[in-house]
Design a protein around this ligand. Structure first.
Ligand SMILES: [Zn+2]
Length: 271
């Protein structure tokens, strides 16, 4: 069995799943709580630059009105959250790793930020570059070279899909300004059983399945100080069904924190 990619422990156990799929085995580290796919099951034919990634994701695979509405709402919510942690002499420049169609960057640009993004998917990149005229590169973060330092490194639903997580965090650290902030949002899998209800496409795209404990461990181990970490539930009001269901969604907000479906963290460099 593979060692844990976060803490290198060999105390890993096969995660018990409801549906027995032979496509992948998910392992659980007994030391740092990270869940990850066993090496031999990593999908080697999966190519974001050929447009595979967004096609495999069941939602958000094309830039239509629903996509724009969803990501505009999310952008507003994320910036409001991030702004609470801005202190002192802060450089308002952002690098969005996996920026998709660039909705977040475009929103921050209207707020006076200097914006830059990386997006390997060709369709999303094309939209960000040509429809929104954003400063974006059609690259993976791992293959991209820059000496620039940023006030904000933003990774919304990306960290769980990145192959070499420790190397990536090391590079992120170098690209952060002295007062810089790192924003991460990922699905919350503090309750491991939930993995059973993840869509197959998400399981296929994901490399890691984080809990509050494993994400905290990973960041602290790689030189970051956590300023805030929380689980939460979003109430979407995009479709008619979501509007009808919204009172139930609000009630769900009172469920125990551990069960909330998303995990969000803001961290700074430990200097
Ligand atoms: Zn571990």
């Amino acid at each position: 069995m593979s060692n844990c990619p976060s803490c290198s422990s060999n105390k890993v156990k096969k995660l018990w799943l409801l549906k027995k799929t032979d496509k992948f085995v998910i392992l659980h580290c007994q030391n740092c709580d990270l869940c990850f796919k066993e090496d031999i099951y990593k999908d080697t034919t999966f190519n974001i630059q050929e447009g595979d990634y967004y096609l495999k994701k069941s939602t958000g695979n094309k830039v239509n009105e629903r996509y724009k509405k969803h990501f505009s709402r999310r952008s507003k919510d994320h910036l409001e959250y991030i702004e609470k942690f801005i202190r002192g002499n802060y450089k308002k420049s952002v690098l969005d790793i996996g920026c998709g169609a660039g909705i977040f960057l475009s929103y921050l640009r209207t707020k006076g930020w200097k914006v830059e993004g990386l997006e390997p998917d060709p369709i999303m990149f094309d939209y960000a570059k040509n429809s929104l005229s954003l400063n974006v590169s059609n690259h993976y973060f791992e293959d991209w070279k820059s000496e620039e330092k940023y006030g904000l490194i933003y990774m919304s639903h990306i960290l769980d899909d990145i192959p070499d997580i420790k190397k990536t965090l090391k590079e992120i650290y170098k690209k952060m300004d002295i007062n810089g902030l790192l924003f991460i949002e990922v699905p919350n899998l503090s309750v491991k059983f939930r993995i059973n209800f993840e869509k197959e496409a998400e399981l296929k795209a994901g490399e890691y399945f984080f809990s509050k404990k494993s994400l905290t461990f990973l960041l602290e181990k790689n030189g970051f100080n956590i300023i805030d970490i929380k689980t939460f539930r979003l109430v979407h009001l995009n479709t008619i069904l979501q509007k009808i269901m919204s009172p139930f969604a609000y009630i769900m907000k009172f469920q125990p924190k551990k069960f909330r479906p998303y995990l969000r963290v803001i961290a700074k460099k430990n200097e």
